[in-house]
Design a protein around this ligand. Structure first.
Ligand SMILES: Nc1nc2c(ncn2[C@@H]2O[C@H](COP(=O)(O)OP(=O)(O)O)[C@@H](O)[C@H]2O)c(=O)[nH]1
Ligand SMILES: [Mg+2]
Length: 378
């Protein structure tokens, strides 16, 4: 199996390039438009990029192909997609026709499902990844990895190929558990946009550590923008039976940390609002990192669009977050964003939350479990 990328100024000639080099059996894995040259992608000229795959050595003779269509002029944009669709359908039909070819007609060599079976798996995997919101680039890279790590005969086997894809997904999902039971003190701050579930998640973590693990827990909130926010956490603190400190700035925070230095776990709630607040948070973090080790978790809701998630992870870089926490997995059906964001930020995952119930709806992130969720295996 070979996978290659082609660039061209228009779709038609990009497809011609694919056909010329990889032959008529090539399968298009991904097509995208992007700017090339210019300044930081501005003023660049738009090009079409096609990623295509083909089996190394075709074991069977291809059928005669329909005569090549006369080269078209550059088609208007809306037609491009249907043109690609036609090309893709044509290739799909060819592949399925070829696999239907009766056995024993190939100079005695037996067909074993052949390289074409793996072609079909790979195309199915690519579609599965993309329909679960894994980006086209990530899907291509994952499939390239499956192809690179699996010997040919295993690639032909659907289950083995899928297992390799799950491993490829899981291996990119790093994890860390910042509240795991340890002898020393742990300080964990949750940051992120409003409404993603920071306060609820703090209540879940606090309840688990204090009630199930019998650890000394304190809560600190720096979210003083809304009275209701403080009251929300105060109610949880009362129910769980742990102290809550309200702090207005870095000095307060240091004082509160000093007061609670006997606790095993300190959870810090924050307000995630404006850019200005992010600056304050990064100041807080700088001060904290001078004296003690605080782990900052960026909380992201999986109901947020991927583009917005990316934007948030970029803005919150100022807070120098250490790891990611995904909420509201119960409110979506596709989990590819977890993979995309983990890959884009290079940060480990901590927990996922799956509902509003405190303390039940939270679990430690497990790479293989998340990989299976992404492929809808669970
Ligand atoms: N469906 C669902 N709702 C959640 C989850 N986590 C939090 N919520 C809800 O999201 C809303 C905002 O939560 P809150 O903790 O106040 O968010 P914060 O502004 O980030 O502190 C509340 O109604 C929570 O019950 C989750 O995992 N799933
Ligand atoms: Mg809150």
């Amino acid at each position: 199996m070979r996978i290659k990328r082609y660039e061209s100024s228009d779709l038609q000639s990009a497809i011609q390039k694919v056909k010329a080099e990889l032959g008529e059996n090539a399968i298009i894995l991904n097509t995208r438009r992007r700017k090339k040259g210019g300044l930081w992608g501005w003023f660049g000229k738009e090009i079409i990029e096609i990623t295509a795959a083909v089996a190394d050595t075709p074991k069977i003779r291809p059928r005669p192909l329909p005569p090549p269509t006369a080269p078209l002029a550059v088609p208007p944009q809306p037609q491009m997609l249907s043109l690609l669709q036609n090309e893709l359908n044509e290739i799909k039909t060819m592949v399925s026709d070829l696999t239907k070819e009766p056995r024993g007609t190939l100079g005695g060599s037996q067909m074993d499902g052949g390289p074409l079976a793996s072609n079909q798996h790979l195309m199915a995997f690519n579609n599965l990844l993309i329909s679960n919101d894994v980006t086209g680039d990530n899907a291509t890279a994952l499939i390239e990895k499956v192809v690179a790590t699996l010997p040919r005969e295993k690639l032909e086997d659907y289950e083995q190929a899928k297992a390799a894809l799950l491993r490829a997904l899981a291996i990119d999902l790093k994890i860390t558990n910042p509240t795991a039971f340890e002898s020393g003190q742990q300080i964990v701050a949750l940051v992120g946009p409003t409404g993603v579930g920071k306060t609820t998640t703090i209540a879940k973590l606090a309840a688990r550590s204090a009630l199930l693990e019998n650890r000394g827990v304190s809560l600190i909130t720096a979210d003083t923008y809304r009275i209701a926010a403080v009251e929300q956490l105060r109610r949880y603190a009362e129910i769980i039976g742990v102290p809550l400190e309200v702090v207005l700035g870095a000095e307060d925070l240091q004082k509160a940390l000093e007061q609670h230095k006997d606790k095993n776990l300190i959870l810090i709630d924050t307000a995630g609002r404006s850019q200005r607040n992010i600056v304050q948070l990064s100041e807080l973090r700088n001060i904290l990192s001078l004296t003690t080790q605080v782990k900052t978790l960026l909380v992201l809701s999986l109901t947020t669009k991927y583009r917005d998630l990316l934007d948030i992870t970029t803005k919150y870089q100022r807070v120098e977050y250490d790891a990611l926490l995904f909420t509201k997995l119960d409110e979506t059906t596709s989990y590819g964003s977890i993979y995309n964001i983990a890959k884009a930020t290079g940060k480990p995952l901590t927990y996922i939350t799956t509902g509003q119930n405190v303390p039940d709806d939270i679990e430690a992130a497990e790479p293989m479990k998340i990989a299976k969720m992404i492929l809808r295996e669970t």
